[in-house]
Design a protein around this ligand. Structure first.
Ligand code: ATP
Ligand code: MG
Length: 305
C-alpha cells in the first residue's frame, strides 16, 4: 500500500530524511518513532504530496507521489492529521467539517452521515455548532482526526494525533484508530508515545534521519538483548555463586540478593539454575523473566545513530 525506496529530502544544507526504504501493507498500522527533528513529519509530508522529495521513490497504492496526475489521485484516497491542526477558527465544528467534505467532493448525504457519525464517536456532537476558535487544543485535535476521515480515505497519515489529548481522550482516539484498522484502513502513525506505538502498531520504524530499525514491536524488543532470568534469593553466598559457575551460563549480575542471569533457553536453564541454588543450600523467593521494553529498543537504536 505504501512503498518507499531510498526516499530523501534535503532542505538547503540539512538532510531531513536520508535514503529510507520500507513497505506498509494494506490494513496495517505502521508506527514511526524518532527524536525531535528526526524527519517524521517531513516523511509524512512527502508521502501525502504536500512537499516534493529530493530523490528516491515513493508510491501510495501504486501511485507515484512525484507524478502530478497521480498526486491528485493520492489526495483522494488519503486522509491527513497534520502536526499543526489548522482549522477555521471562526467557523463552527460542523461547518469546518462540511467545508472540507465539499473540498473533497464528498456527496452531501454521505458528508452529513460521516460528520454526524464521527462527531458522535469522538464525543464532539454536542459542540457541533460552537466556533472552533473557542475549542481546547484537545478538542481541535479530535476535530482534525474527524476532518481527515470525512471523505472515507483508505489510508490515514496521523502526525502525533494524541499529542494534546488527556488520557481519556487519548484512549478514545486510540480505540478509534483500532476500529479503523478493523475497517481495513492502512494507518501511518507518527508518535512519541511508545506505549501508544506498542498497543497500536503492527510494525514500527525507528527514524533518526536514516531508518535505524524496522520490525514488529516484539522483534524490536528482542533485538535489544537475549533472554534474562531474575532470581530473588533470601541470601546469596559464595557457595551458590560457585554452583552456578559450573552451569556454564551467560553473564550473572548480583545485586541485593537478586541474580540476573543471561540465559539462552530459559525452559532448559531455569530448572538447572534453581536446582543448583537449592543444592547449594539457597532459598529461592521468586523467579521471573526480564523482558526488554520498546523503550529499551528505541533508546538503543536512537543512541547508536
Ligand atoms: N520547511 C523546512 N525548511 C527547512 N528545514 C526544515 C523544513 N522542514 C523540516 N526541516 C528540518 O528537517 C528536519 C526534520 O524535521 P521534521 O519536522 O521532519 O522532524 P520530526 O521528526 O517531525 O520532529 P518532531 O518530533 O519534533 O515533530 C529538522 O532538522 C527540521 O529543521
Ligand atoms: Mg513532527
Amino acid at each position: 500500500m505504501i512503498d518507499v525506496e531510498n526516499l530523501t529530502r534535503v532542505f538547503g544544507d540539512v538532510t531531513a530524511v536520508d535514503g529510507i526504504t520500507f513497505h506498509v501493507n494494506e490494513g496495517e498500522i505502521f508506527g514511526f518513532l524518532g527524536p525531535n527533528g528526526a524527519g517524521k513529519t517531513t516523511t509524512v509530508r512527502m508521502l501525502s504530496c504536500l512537499i516534493s522529495k529530493t530523490s528516491g521513490e515513493a508510491h501510495i497504492a501504486d501511485y507515484d507521489v512525484s507524478n502530478d496526475s497521480d498526486s491528485l489521485k493520492i489526495r483522494k484516497i488519503i486522509g491527513l492529521v497534520p502536526d499543526n491542526v489548522g482549522l477555521y477558527e471562526e467557523l463552527s465544528a460542523y461547518r469546518n467539517l462540511d467545508f472540507y467534505g465539499k473540498l473533497y467532493e464528498c456527496p452531501e448525504q454521505r458528508r452529513k452521515e460521516n460528520i454526524e457519525r464521527l462527531l458522535r464517536m469522538l464525543e464532539l456532537w454536542d459542540k457541533r455548532d460552537v466556533k472552533v476558535g473557542t475549542f481546547s487544543k484537545g478538542m481541535k485535535q479530535k476535530l482534525a482526526v474527524i476532518r481527515a476521515l470525512i471523505h472515507d480515505p483508505e489510508i490515514l497519515f496521523l502526525d502525533e494525533p494524541t499529542v494534546n489529548l488527556d488520557p481519556e481522550s487519548s484512549k478514545i482516539v486510540r480505540d478509534f484508530i483500532l476500529e479503523l484498522k478493523e475497517e481495513k484502513k492502512t494507518i501511518f502513525l507518527n508518535t512519541h508515545n511508545l506505549d501508544e506505538a506498542q498497543r497500536l502498531c503492527d510494525k514500527i520504524g525507528i527514524l533518526n534521519t536514516k531508518l535505524r530499525a524496522i520490525g514488529t514491536p516484539e522483534e524490536l524488543e528482542e533485538s535489544v538483548w537475549g533472554k534474562k532470568t531474575v532470581i530473588q534469593l533470601e541470601q546469596v553466598n559464595k557457595v551458590i555463586l560457585k554452583a552456578l559457575d559450573k552451569l556454564s551460563l551467560g553473564k550473572i549480575v548480583h545485586n541485593n540478593n537478586k541474580l540476573t542471569i543471561d540465559v539462552v533457553n530459559p525452559e532448559l536453564d531455569n530448572p538447572n539454575i534453581v536446582n543448583a541454588i537449592v543444592g547449594a543450600g539457597g532459598h529461592v523467593q521468586y523467579v521471573t523473566e526480564l523482558s526488554p521494553t520498546l523503550e529499551d529498543a528505541y533508546l538503543k537504536f536512537v543512541r547508536k545513530s
